[in-house]
Design a protein. Structure first.
Length: 119
């Protein structure tokens, strides 16, 4: 049976506080299973006719591919940038148990651990 596709969505934010806020909200809304926050990367980009340079935090959001629209909407809702970076990278392969965990955590309705009667 083929597994549901998963992806890694990336976005950059300007502050650690915003990185944590967006990450926590994505997981709380069950749009993402896990978000890694990579601090202090340098971004050089062209914006409104100027070359700009900033230090940012990179969010690596692991989620089922079908959650992209909700993830993008949540990022736009909470992000301070006029045009936030929101890109999904398809996961070609993942270890089977991890893949299943990514899918299960966004669809679970109770505790994310094993059932109480599990050995």
């Amino acid at each position: 049976m083929p597994l549901d596709p998963i992806s890694v969505v990336i976005t950059s934010v300007g502050t650690e506080q915003q990185a944590v806020e967006i990450s926590e909200e994505l997981v709380a809304r069950r749009l993402a299973t896990c978000v890694n926050i990579l601090p202090c990367h340098r971004s050089i980009y062209r914006w409104k006719g100027k070359v700009c340079e900033d230090t940012e935090y990179l969010l690596m959001i692991k989620a089922p591919a079908d959650r992209f629209d909700g993830i993008a909407a949540t990022i736009r809702e909470l992000h301070s940038y006029e045009l936030p970076e929101i890109m999904a990278l398809p996961v070609e392969r993942a270890e089977a148990a991890f893949h299943e965990w990514v899918i299960r955590m966004v669809s679970a309705t109770d505790d994310d651990g094993p059932p109480e009667d599990a050995p």
